[in-house]
Design a protein around this ligand. Structure first.
Ligand code: HSE
Length: 311
């Protein structure tokens, strides 16, 4: 029998213009799983947190990740999972991806690392598919690998780690409203008008160029979303007014984090990020909504092993 304790961080997906193809890992919050492998077959999942999660293992994102790992490696075993720390589901900071990434990473550690980074992301995407009804890696890849990740293509998976400018600060606010990723995806149109597509790919190019040149002003200008935000901002009370306030207080951009309802701002100074965090908190409180605020830097570290033992 072998046991591991693993961590995978929260993440911000899309970064404005990069719907389903860009995301970054956050340095403070995340999920912790304890996973034990023994002989036999089967999966058990125990939730040791106060965060409500489905009792049925078929509805937990960890289950398809474990099955995919066994399918990809040809290995087998009985896996007991204890969820020890959990990001609130429906928060928009990659809750399902943190569990999926931790599960993929934990399985790989339990079985002496047969999978490459890309293969672990493929495994973790099974959890994302269960949670959102789509295979996307823009949360799962940064949660596993850390940093800012661009997914150039899905068939086959082609990921690029982008540079993180030194002065890249985010304020993230998680208002206590639940918006499921499935619901936030189901309202999106199937086709994008040419005008919006042109603006989106110009911004993706600008964002990548800004990250490589360390030009935070360019990164901020490029963090605009013509594809998903026009449909999703209805879930976030006073979104446009909040953005106006955030931009006039010195931040360079404000966008929906992933599918929302969390929003994040980008600043080149920690104190401006703190100011943005306070404005966001005041905004949601005025709408009668409690919220958590984090001021964070992007972390280079993704999923990691916290402890392991052979029983
Ligand atoms: N790219 C996904 C979406 C991220 O926007 O639906 C989900 O957090």
């Amino acid at each position: 029998m072998k046991k591991v304790r693993v961590f995978a961080p929260a993440s911000i997906a899309n970064l404005g213009c990069g719907f389903d193809i860009m995301g970054l890992a956050l340095d403070e919050v995340g999920d912790i799983l304890e996973m034990t492998a023994s002989e036999g077959e089967g999966i058990s999942i125990q939730n040791k947190t106060s965060v409500p999660l489905p009792d049925d293992i078929e509805e937990n994102v960890i289950t398809p990740v474990i099955r995919k790992f066994f399918q990809m490696t040809g290995l087998s075993g009985h896996i007991d999972v204890a969820i020890c720390q959990k990001i609130y589901p429906g928060s928009g900071i990659g809750s399902s991806a943190a569990s999926s990434a931790a599960a993929a990473y934990g399985m790989n550690e339990l079985y002496d690392c047969p999978l490459s980074d890309e293969e672990m992301v493929v495994c973790a995407m099974e959890g994302e598919n269960l949670a959102s009804g789509g295979y996307h890696a823009d949360n799962a890849a940064p949660a596993l690998l850390g940093g800012i990740i661009l997914i150039r293509g899905y068939e086959p998976l082609d990921m690029i780690q982008l540079p993180i400018p030194g002065n890249f600060y985010c304020a993230v606010v998680h208002p206590e409203i639940v918006v499921s990723t499935k619901a936030a995806r189901s309202i999106l149109p199937k086709a994008v008008p040419m005008h919006d597509a042109i603006s989106q790919w110009g911004n993706v190019g600008g964002l990548v160029a800004g990250l490589y040149s360390g030009n935070i002003g360019l990164v901020g200008r490029a963090m605009k979303d013509s594809v998903a935000e026009p449909y999703r901002k209805q879930f976030i009370p006073g979104f446009d007014q909040l953005r106006e306030q955030i931009l006039s207080s010195g931040s360079m951009a404000m966008n929906i984090s992933g599918s929302g309802p969390s929003v994040f701002s980008l600043s080149d100074k920690r104190e401006i990020a703190h100011r943005a965090g306070e404005i966001m908190k005041k905004h949601f409180t005025a709408h009668g909504i409690n919220c958590d605020v984090y001021v964070v830097k992007v972390t280079n570290k993704g999923a990691k092993l916290l402890a392991h033992e052979v029983l």
